[in-house]
Design a protein around this ligand. Sequence first.
Ligand SMILES: [Zn+2]
Length: 423
Amino acid sequence: MLTRRNLFKSAATIGLSTLAPWLDRPAFSAVEEARQGCEPVGDDSRSELQSPLLELEYLENLKDDLDCAEVVARFGPPLKAPCWAGTDLIWKASHCPFCAEAGLYVGPEFFRCKWCEAEGSAIEFYARAEGIPHVEAAAHLNGLLNDGSLRGRRCENAHAWGMLEEAQRFYHELLCEKPDGAIARQCLVEQGITLSTVKRFRLGYAPVEPDDLLSRRLVAAGYVIPKLLQTQCVSDEGEQKSIDRFGGGNLLIPICDSAGRSWGFMKQKIVSPDSSLLAGWTQDTLSVSPRRLRRLIFPHPAWPQDINRHQRLLVAETPWEVVALHNAGIENVVCLFECATDPVRLRTLLSFGRDFACAFDAKGGRPATAFRFVERLEGEMRQLFVMEVPSRGGLLALLQSGGRQAVQDAMTQAIPFHQWMGE
Ligand SMILES: [Zn+2]
């Protein structure tokens, strides 16, 4: 149970001053380096914020598109046969090109020497091996990917995004049109969710039916064996079979970016038309393009037009609160998935709104996102506000009892975090 009293204690234990930087330092230095000698950015705060954010995202995307093992094999020492380290496939190099000792480990994401502590991504390796600045190395590698000299991971990632997009269409049609989707449609009607909201979020439904309907659809669409979207189960007869990994009677909310690329779903089991959708959502994503996935919030903004879009942004506790509030016409609300303290995810949040409101109930019966990231926000010149909501049902109870106006009033009347904490 979370109360103000024990929150004080946990804040003191964590130490509010131990702030992690929200920017990826090597990449940020590279951006700064690139900017040296350029015309200074104008005094418009929007463009000041926009430029480093977009440049950082460009570098992160490039790291996700490159295969570090391919870059090391091409521009560094020969690699030996790969082996598994946990769930990662890694290679050992014959020697480290920077200290000449044998102890260089390489994976698709990284290289690391156990002797000279050289480490980083494909871009850092190439910059160091060629003796050129980071930004120049990034531009070279991007060119090699574009002209096909490097294979990278673009095809692999595009394949997974394509399959997930097809899966999204499949589940969305199932929810909107098919007899199997009736239970989910009734459930949404009970919640007052309109068809335009269902379409806006591309909500879907994966039926209880254990047969792998999704795989059949994907095979029909030209995908070979969609193992990424399957999971194994053992039947009553003891036979192992592949089934739809998102299936089992789940309402699904796709996790995607503003370009429509999809990583998976948030899912919640529906057992009857009056099932509660308040809590119990779980995230099921593929480990595709981890840097792009890590910075997503829900719903994801589009850059640059959404930079600093909202004066006050409400940080909801669950994806369902976001859907229900958008359904009621409140659009300045987002959810941080299950990673409210990830600095990369917070970077997206901080670029989307100017200040933030979190809901809290007096009995502390709900999880409280505000306290999980307050120490990060402490380092920003931003304000965190707290709005109190009913203990039973939280934000959605407030919406049901007083409608859109009640939620908007509570957001406007939210008080600064420190004042609320009694400081
Ligand atoms: Zn070394």
